[in-house]
Design a protein around this ligand. Structure first.
Ligand SMILES: [Zn+2]
Length: 529
């Protein structure tokens, strides 16, 4: 433990859990507790319950439970210390660290960010320094693509010289730090070398705007793969979660509830220059579930602006799963063949805006693609088109949505809708059902026993029950474990820590329930009888 226990306790007690959670989901006050749609699973009726007084939450749908620190860790993928630090900063609570050495390591992230920032600056100067002839091909290449000096400065684009150690020589840091920041490596003779050489560099920022990594693009005549990114081995970078440009995009995304996902760094920059400030890109990977989870916190509509050849092909079935899991709608921007948003942004920005604004829902886009290619002159051709289109529709997990497409296809192919429905259900039964609807999770709501009621009182109004509540009154082993945990701990968090999974679940539920009707005398006499 790096942070002084007392300070952690203070953070836990002083952070306003309602304010924290309402940044992620709406909560309504019901009686003495707060209820809302769970931010951790997809649902239509609220089963996420928060108790402001004891600072704990519990979801009756997915059993997520914890306090402010645990909430932040879960929702933002933070480690314990980072979550405590963030809450402390939000609430103006100064933190003390247990000893100097550890305090240094707690600031590790900050130190590594500072190193990457120095590298960003170093590479950027190399690029924009007109007296540096070596960077001229890079400058010319960028200019050709519409990325002139202003843009290079605005997006901190850089140039890594064709040298083994120009950055290492400039930074002079320990081997450990160099590796941890993902900026270089150590050769067989123990010497340091730069990770990026002879490449144009696009710095990648965290959503808070801290530089954490680079995407490196080679020049057309350069060697090696087209793109080379900071490796996942770097301590502060994980490509399956990071979206390039989110730091710039989040404001507009929040305002109009939409994000635009491109494939490359230059596409994002182009979109921003064309006035589409809600554009992001994955950093050299396909879209992952983690990306979608992250995006769903900022916007509920996601427009895929991929090269025409890839549009709609990208993990179609996953897209529908994610739509239902994270309650987002994926749309596809119908870009002209062979054109990417980065080029279009400079050649015809109005057209790019028009295409993005007219993006179609993912399924619609794919069905249209199939139908456009069909032959509608003959009965045979129409039947074939209908069947092809139905194969696409069958991939959607939501029957209500499928049915609307069925009606549309029937209409377009001049075939009776019932016949299409019949074929569709055949087709659908062939599609393997990989979609697990989380709503199917049974809500655990057993009848409250008197023993649990007693425990609930011990959680909410301990002063009224500690005198008479004794373990001999409890016959349920689960109740007894929770009782022991509560009476031997200094606070609810500590009690929860000492419990197993099932007991902790019971504890979570009890700690967000109403206690208005709990009368000590009644509960006591029922326990005795
Ligand atoms: Zn839940």
């Amino acid at each position: 433990m790096g942070i002084v226990d007392d300070d952690i306790r203070r953070v836990r007690e002083e952070s306003d859990i309602i304010r924290l959670i309402t940044q992620h989901t709406q909560l309504k006050k019901v009686g003495r507790s707060w209820k809302g749609l769970c931010p951790f699973h997809n649902e239509k009726t609220p089963s996420f319950t928060v108790n402001q007084e004891n600072g704990r939450y519990y979801c009756f749908g997915c059993q997520a439970t914890g306090d402010s620190i645990e909430f932040l860790r879960e929702i933002d993928n933070l480690d314990f210390v980072a979550a405590v630090e963030m809450l402390a900063a939000q609430n103006g609570i100064p933190l003390r660290y247990t000893d100097k050495k550890e305090s240094k390591s707690r600031n590790r992230r900050k130190e590594l960010i500072k190193l990457v920032a120095e590298a960003v600056d170093f590479y950027n100067k190399k690029l924009i320094d007109m007296d540096n002839p070596e960077a001229r091909p890079a400058r010319e290449y960028l200019k050709q693509r519409g990325l002139g000096g202003d843009i290079a400065e605005k997006f901190s684009i850089g140039w890594a010289p064709d040298s083994w150690d120009s950055l290492c020589g400039h930074l002079s840091v320990s081997n450990e730090d160099l590796l941890a920041a993902g900026l270089g490596g150590i050769n067989k003779n123990g010497g340091q070398y730069d990770f990026f050489r002879n490449r144009i560099l696009f710095p990648i920022f965290s959503e808070q705007g801290d530089p954490i990594a680079f995407g490196g693009r080679k020049l057309p005549e350069g060697e090696g793969p087209k793109y080379k990114n900071t490796s996942d081995g770097a301590e502060i970078y994980s490509k399956s979660q990071i979206l390039y440009g989110l730091n710039w995009a989040k404001e507009e995304a929040g305002r109009i509830d939409e994000l635009v996902v491109c494939e490359g760094y230059t596409d994002v920059i182009g979109c921003h220059e064309a006035g589409i400030s809600r554009a992001v890109a994955t950093c050299g990977t396909a879209l992952t579930r983690e990306h979608v989870r992250k995006m769903s916190r900022f916007a509920k509509k996601v427009v895929l602006a991929f090269d025409a050849d890839n549009a709609g092909q990208s993990a179609a079935e996953k897209v529908y799963e994610w739509e239902s899991e994270f309650d987002v709608l994926f749309k596809v921007a119908d870009l002209p063949e062979g054109g990417d948003p980065g080029d279009l942004a400079f050649s015809n920005p109005e057209e790019l805006n028009h295409i993005v604004e007219n993006a179609k829902p993912h399924m619609q886009f794919r069905v249209d693609r199939v139908l456009e290619k069909g032959d509608f002159e003959s009965k045979e051709g129409r039947a074939k088109s209908a069947i092809e289109a139905m194969k696409v529709v069958a991939q959607h997990p939501d029957e209500l949505i499928r049915d609307q497409y069925i009606v549309q296809i029937a209409d377009k192919c001049l075939i009776g809708v019932d016949e299409i429905r019949r074929r569709a259900s055949e087709e659908n039964s062939k599609v393997e059902k990989s979609v697990i609807t989380r709503e199917g999770v049974p809500v655990k709501m057993e009848r409250l026993t008197t023993e649990y009621q007693a425990l609930r009182m011990l959680i909410h109004k301990p002063e009224e029950v500690t005198d008479w509540l004794h373990p001999v009154l409890l016959s349920d082993p689960m109740a007894e474990s929770v009782f022991v945990a509560l009476t031997s701990s200094t606070d609810l968090h500590e009690a929860n820590q000492s419990l197993g999974k099932e007991e902790s679940d019971l504890f979570g539920r009890l700690s967000v329930q109403e206690t208005e009707d709990d009368k000590p005398l009644g509960v006591f006499s029922r326990l005795l009888s």
